[in-house]
Design a protein around this ligand. Structure first.
Ligand code: GLN
Ligand code: ZN
Length: 760
């Protein structure tokens, strides 16, 4: 027996073949009955538990599995169901559960937002008029099921009350104490039932403890854990934090719980510093998150054994748990399908399944035969050093180019007003020019042609001819509609990151590296494993072709460096900012290629800029500085007459407005409709004096907005923004829309622009 305990915090739900996704979608489509669906999901759930059991994990999480989202599970467990779903108390039905997640004919879906700084999205609990009650003890059911079916002594996982309230909406922070008052008895009930059932360990997730905690909240946090400890003194509660270092270390480790889980990867240095400075309480267990739960790289086990040795200074071996840094929900499931990857890369990867092996290996160091461990460590070292020394990892030209960057690499030749004048002269655009964000409908026909090309039924020439046909059709449509600045339509792209990654050196694509993004929706992020190298023009052919069809300007369309970075799995051997610069340099070459070919408006999209914001305010500035620089690196080498656009799909921008300005784009387009006028309101107090387009209609719905409606948005925007600088465009790209509704909506948009011009 080893002396340390191995543990896991959560396992991906989706299954190695995305069977979970498929099951949900066929249930929603009415293809399987509720009981068959639930039976299938039970099979998937038990399969994941069995796997962890076979791997030898001591503390297997139960209750982390979900039918959609774990925050929604927590809401429904406490009967937090907004009135519009017609809920009348008691256990929440599957229909109501999915209505909250996805909406139905009677009621809109609940809001969905990002889970901390990950790409997972949760359903936001709505606490206005909440009447909480315990409808079902989910963790208890999960515990009993694992015990009865598999003989597993599981560790129930539950979302902590503080984090649950912090993630909810519909109340002011002053009401926090009264909400704690109402929910705490329910949490007590859950825990005392777990204790009665003989549960030993419980994992209470409180990732909000790594954010900036308002001082007045501490009283509530202390109260919650004092109460829980009182009602279930025999339970070993692990208070689990992740995604960053805890800010108030001394307070967190003083809470009356039996174990503290710290992330030793993300914010790892800061957490280790805390341990060195303040030590660790003698009466607690340290759950050490050593294996990266959010990335896909094999761990450096030799380094980890050193860290474990150091941890030995703070806790005795029987009080040390070895575990991932967070739930493995954020990693792909298994490497089994990845034989097509370069061997040197494949050997350096660990997905969820392989991470369980790493945990076991670390735990075994104490007990196993020296030789076995030495062999495994040597193999681990060899694989990592092969990647480190591989030709992909370091490209001399790229390294030199990054090293040679200086202040001048990040600034345009002239200031905005000079450029603006030069561009006005060059383009002769009318006031309130109209444009779109880039993509046009990706119809079944477009998707089919791409599929046929991918599996060889269409050769390159045939596929390009097809893309050109679509482009021509839409250039004609845009001309006929009377738009002022046209786009080629992005028919050659599925995904705005994958498209560029496939054409740049340093990227790899997995066969099955899916992770859950929201509900049944999964994404397959590219892997940036080597230096990013520009190989050949990526967008030139399609853009130049589109421009050849019209006298109006066609905007070139690129995905920005920060977005490419934030939507990929990124190497960790060099700073992220350096990877961002490498991408920035590659895009700069593309921008220059477009400009030389006569494309004089170029849009560089950064929809993911804001979502990369670190969890602690203190870290915002350096992230934003690096991001702005990467963007400017890609866009600043052009002539004054070349107009740089950017686009961001969000309306909450007030906290990043300075950075958005600093990007120095000539024109920016922002999403507006989901802010319900708030964005426009913001400009009363915040000035923005470069070109700006606020989306005049919501592209998330097939509804065709009227001329009046859109004109109203324009008129109210012109109350606060300079008409000389204002652009008219939809909220975002139109690829998910149908053709007819798109043409109708754009026709109304152009008419609205015309009317607004007449009134100025
Ligand atoms: N140019 C992209 C498009 O139109 C922008 C997408 C985005 O903002 N997410 O589809
Ligand atoms: Zn967008």
């Amino acid at each position: 027996m080893s002396q340390w305990i191995s543990s896991n915090l959560g396992y991906p739900r989706i299954g190695a073949n995305r069977e979970w996704k498929k099951a949900l979608e066929s249930f929603w489509a009415g293809k399987v009955s509720e009981s068959d669906f639930l039976a299938e999901l039970k099979g998937i759930r038990l399969g994941h538990l069995r796997l962890q059991q076979e791997k030898g994990i001591n503390l297997i999480p139960v209750g982390d599995f979900s039918l959609y989202d774990h925050v929604l599970d927590t809401s429904t467990m406490f009967g937090i169901v907004p009135k519009r779903y017609g809920y009348e108390g008691g256990e929440v039905s599957l229909d109501t559960y999915y209505a909250m997640a996805r909406g139905n004919d009677q009621a809109a879906a609940s809001e969905m937002t990002k889970w901390f700084n990950t790409n997972y999205h949760y359903i936001v609990p709505e606490l206005a008029d909440a009447n909480p009650s315990l409808t079902v003890n989910r963790p208890l059911h999960a515990y009993l099921e694992a015990k009865q079916e598999l003989g597993i002594e599981g560790k129930p996982v539950l979302l902590g009350l503080y984090t649950f309230l912090k993630l909810s909406k519909g109340y002011a922070n002053a009401e926090l104490p009264s909400l704690v008052e109402r929910f705490l008895p329910l949490y007590c009930e859950v825990l005392s039932e777990l204790q009665q059932a003989g549960v030993q360990w419980v994992q209470i997730d409180e990732p909000s403890l790594v954010t900036d905690i308002p001082a007045e909240d501490w009283k509530q946090i202390e109260r919650i854990y004092e109460e829980l400890n009182k009602v279930a003194p025999e339970l070993k509660i692990i208070l689990q934090t992740y995604f960053e270092a805890v800010g108030d270390y001394e307070k967190v480790v003083s809470l009356p719980v039996q174990g503290i889980g710290l992330d030793l990867v993300h914010g790892g240095e800061a957490n280790l510093e805390h341990l060195r400075e303040y030590g660790f309480p003698e009466d607690k267990v340290l759950a050490a998150g050593l294996i990266d739960g959010r990335n896909i790289w094999r761990s450096d086990l030799t380094e980890h054994t050193q860290v474990i040795k150091e941890l030995g200074k703070f806790v005795s071996p029987d009080r040390l748990i070895i575990q991932p840094s967070s739930s493995l929900l954020h990693t792909p499931v298994s490497l089994a399908k990845e034989d097509a990857l370069l061997p040197v890369l494949r050997n350096s990867l660990a997905f969820a399944e392989e991470k369980l092996d790493e945990i076991q290996l670390l735990v075994n160091i104490a007990a196993e035969d020296e030789n076995v461990i030495q062999e495994a460590l040597a193999e681990n070292r060899k694989a990592l050093s092969e990647l480190k020394t591989s030709v992909f990892r370091s490209n001399g030209t790229v390294r030199e180019a990054v090293n040679n960057l200086d202040e001048s690499s990040f600034v345009r030749k002239s200031d905005f007003s000079t450029r603006h004048a030069a561009q006005q002269k060059r383009f002769h655009l009318p006031i309130l020019p109209t444009t779109t964000i880039g993509s046009f409908p990706q119809t079944a026909e477009v998707r089919k042609a791409r599929r046929q090309w991918r599996n060889g039924q269409l050769d390159n020439q045939q596929y390009e001819a097809f893309v050109d046909e679509q482009t021509k059709e839409w250039i004609d449509i845009q001309e006929e509609l009377g738009l002022d600045v046209l786009v080629h339509g992005e028919f050659e792209r599925t995904d705005m990151v994958e498209f560029f990654g496939e054409k740049l050196g340093g990227f790899a694509f997995t066969a099955g590296g899916w992770v859950q993004s929201y509900g049944s929706r999964c994404v397959k992020p590219p892997i940036i494993f080597g230096d990013v190298v520009y190989q050949e023009p990526m967008t030139l052919r399609e853009t130049v072709y589109a421009q050849s069809l019209t006298k109006k300007p066609v905007k070139g369309m690129l995905t920005g460096p920060v977005t490419i970075l934030n939507w990929s799995f990124v190497r960790t051997d060099i700073p992220r900012s350096e990877v961002a610069y490498q991408i920035g340099l590659a895009l700069r070459e593309e921008v220059e290629a477009l400009e030389s070919a006569g494309i004089e408006m170029i849009q560089v999209d950064e929809p993911a800029l804001r979502e990369g914001l670190p969890l602690k305010k203190a870290d915002h500035e350096s992230y934003l500085t690096d991001s702005v620089k990467a963007f400017k690196l890609s866009t600043s080498s052009v002539n004054d007459t070349t107009q740089i656009h950017t686009h961001m799909c969000y309306c909450e921008f007030h906290d990043v407005i300075d950075s958005i300005e600093a990007m120095d784009a000539d024109v920016i387009s922002l999403e507006t409709s989901r802010s319900h006028g708030e964005l426009i309101e913001n400009f009363k107090t915040q000035t923005y004096d470069k070109g700006i387009g606020l989306g005049v209609y919501d592209i998330h719905s097939p509804r065709v907005p009227s001329v009046e409606e859109m004109k109203e948005v324009v008129v109210s925007a012109l109350d606060v923004l300079d008409p000389e600088l204002f652009w008219i465009n939809p909220d975002c790209g139109l690829k998910t829309r149908g053709k007819e509704e798109t043409v109708a909506a754009l026709r109304n948009m152009v008419a609205a622009a015309g009317e607004a011009r007449n009134e100025i």
